[in-house]
Write a protein that binds this ligand. Structure first.
Ligand SMILES: Nc1nc2c(ncn2[C@@H]2O[C@H](COP(=O)(O)OP(=O)(O)O)[C@@H](OP(=O)(O)OP(=O)(O)O)[C@H]2O)c(=O)[nH]1
Ligand SMILES: Nc1nc2c(ncn2[C@@H]2O[C@H](COP(=O)(O)OP(=O)(O)O)[C@@H](OP(=O)(O)OP(=O)(O)O)[C@H]2O)c(=O)[nH]1
Lengths: 192, 192
């Protein structure tokens, strides 16, 4: 997605060989016009699947997923990472391991909002090692819903997230695929 | 806002005399069409103020604020409540006290995204005791930006949030104002 690659090049900054900072338009300040285009791009890749829900995870997944859900005219559900005042029972939960923090956290989705009648599109902002996505996949599995596919705004292709998800048999669509962040340069996978 | 009051009555549930659960369309599952209407209603109340940024706080503030920012064609910035991978320095921070948890947390906004040139509209999902809003106001003050006003989707008018904000001299707009949650009934302030 050209407009997204341009945003990453011009408004992103390479923090290390492994981390790209995109706070200026995705992770802290949100460029809503870009989110509209991201939503449309996600929809065009997952057309014709009778999607009934978009599922993401707080916090940065919400904005890019919002427009996709809106375009599809379906609800957006976001998994919680921590206890919420109103979510106390009747929950799907799954464990997500964090390599950086070396800890396991529980993500939760209320059973009220996901059932075996649903056809789910999982969307999130960044695909790194895929742990969060695996947690969401597990939640969908527990609900009995069908998983149509998984979309990411940015994939770090030098990490093993995509492999993990594809090995588990899932379709993955990433709007920008970063091959390398070495030498403070962003190199995309589709570059010739 | 009639459509919002109807959503609260039909899709909300009263958890106690003090807590309304609106997970079905605002706090966990998001009704994006309703968010579009909420965004438009916020804009109509704050017209003609040359707003340059919408400021909210993660997580539930993002969806209702997204459409408002989009309609105004300005960026949406969301304050972080916890450490983020990419936000390490150059930050405005403010303390927010939680009565329920009896603890103080730091909220942060990068200095990159708020300056004295900005005219800010603060938006959030629920106004209860106003502590989170006071934290956002403090961040705006630190940046030197002008504060145009503060908008909430739902105000619990039986709590002192609105008074605190108005006593501090700020304009507050709430799309639904709940007078009472007693006896498992939602009573709105505008009801005759
Ligand atoms: N900007 C940026 N972020 C990265 C990058 N690689 C991973 N992340 C994000 O960092 C966070 C890492 O989460 P951890 O659970 O600690 O996982 P990990 O150490 O196993 O990767 C995630 O944010 P999150 O949980 O989705 O946070 P939130 O933004 O939704 O609050 C993930 O999306 C990167 O190159 N750039
Ligand atoms: N559903 C619902 N929520 C209420 C109600 N009253 C307060 N809240 C929310 O509960 C959370 C309370 O936050 P605390 O920081 O513990 O504050 P408090 O005890 O001083 O009120 C806030 O969510 P938050 O920090 O905004 O969480 P998030 O949803 O953004 O993650 C606030 O919006 C209510 O009647 N119904």
């Amino acid at each position: 997605m050209e407009q997204l690659q341009k945003a990453i090049e011009e408004r992103g900054s390479v923090l290390s060989d492994h981390v790209i900072k995109v706070d200026q338009f995705l992770n802290h300040q949100i460029d809503t016009n870009l989110m509209v285009e991201i939503g449309r791009e996600f929809i065009s890749r997952f057309q014709g699947h009778d999607i009934t829900k978009v599922l993401t995870i707080e916090t940065s997944g919400i904005a890019p997923s919002f427009m996709a859900a809106h375009e599809l005219n379906v609800p957006l559900v976001f998994a919680r990472k921590k206890k919420s005042l109103t979510m106390t029972d009747h929950l799907y939960t799954s464990s997500v391991y964090s390599y950086t923090k070396e800890e396991t956290n529980q993500i939760t989705v209320s059973k009220d909002f996901l059932s075996s009648d649903d056809r789910v599109l999982i969307l999130d902002d960044i695909l790194a090692n895929g742990q969060a996505a695996l947690g969401l996949i597990d939640v969908v599995k527990q609900s009995g819903a069908s998983l149509v596919g998984i979309g990411f705004v940015i994939e770090k292709s030098f990490q093993d997230g995509r492999d993990k998800l594809e090995e588990a048999g899932h379709r993955v669509e990433s709007l920008a695929r970063i091959k390398s962040l070495e030498g403070s340069n962003v190199t995309f996978l589709n570059e010739v």
